[in-house]
Design a protein around this ligand. Structure first.
Ligand SMILES: Cc1cn([C@H]2C[C@H](O)[C@@H](COP(=O)(O)OP(=O)(O)OP(=O)(O)O)O2)c(=O)[nH]c1=O
Length: 198
């Protein structure tokens, strides 16, 4: 059987337009997008990397149950300052608190990825990127809060947008910070015969 005939349908279990764009960037177009839409609160004392891995797996399982025989891809991005999991900023006060915490410091972004194959087998990856912010002055803080870009973003910033202005150093995968570690995701997908189209 050729690789092409073996290619299963791919379902992206995500409501994030960024994840769809990142997949498209590597010439992979899901056959369907079906967000898991679940409670993403951390468990008591859950470590940031464990949280990212657990949520990616849970999102994938919920969606795989709705699409038997398909490959299902899910991910979760967690911004962590030490053992602390930063929230997704839904209001300005939360965004400000996140930015004050990140200002002038290094933090980590953990990207959990789960692929459930058409045979129901689970494959997991956890990718960590270290990001250093410059120290933000009052003008920069005000400008960024006004932009509204922080809305719905883990840690209250977007590296792919205006937030890129604050990045002094990054060690590791850039697309992981945006929402999907592309190298590791492509390797997972290749294991179920889904490859970038020319
Ligand atoms: C740190 C950072 C996060 N983000 C975004 C990516 C994710 O969408 C979001 C993290 O939240 P997630 O819970 O990982 O994703 P989501 O709720 O948007 O979508 P779904 O769970 O359905 O897959 O933060 C950026 O876009 N840029 C950044 O630099």
């Amino acid at each position: 059987m050729s690789d092409d005939t073996a290619r299963p349908r791919l379902v992206l279990a995500s409501a994030s337009p960024r994840r769809l764009d990142l997949l498209k960037q590597i010439h992979i177009t899901p056959d369907a997008v079906d967000p898991a839409d679940m409670d993403e609160s951390p468990l008591r004392d859950e470590l940031p990397r464990d949280h990212a891995a657990r949520l990616a797996a849970e999102k994938a399982r919920v969606v795989a149950a709705r699409h038997p025989g398909c490959a299902v891809l899910a991910a979760d991005t967690v911004v962590a300052a030490g053992r602390r999991i930063l929230p997704k900023a839904e209001d300005e006060a939360t965004a400000r608190a996140c930015l004050e915490l990140l200002s002038g410091r290094r933090h980590k972004v953990h990207g959990g990825v789960t692929l459930i194959g058409p045979d129901g087998r689970e494959h997991h990856r956890l990718v960590t990127t270290a990001v250093t912010f410059k120290r933000l002055d009052t003008r920069e803080m005000t400008m960024y809060l006004r932009s509204g870009e922080w809305h719905g973003k883990a840690g209250g910033y977007a590296i792919q947008g205006l937030g890129g202005l604050f990045i002094q150093q990054i060690i590791g995968s850039y697309p992981n910070v945006v929402g999907l570690p592309l190298l590791e995701t492509a390797n997972l997908l290749a294991s179920v015969h889904i490859r970038p189209e020319a």
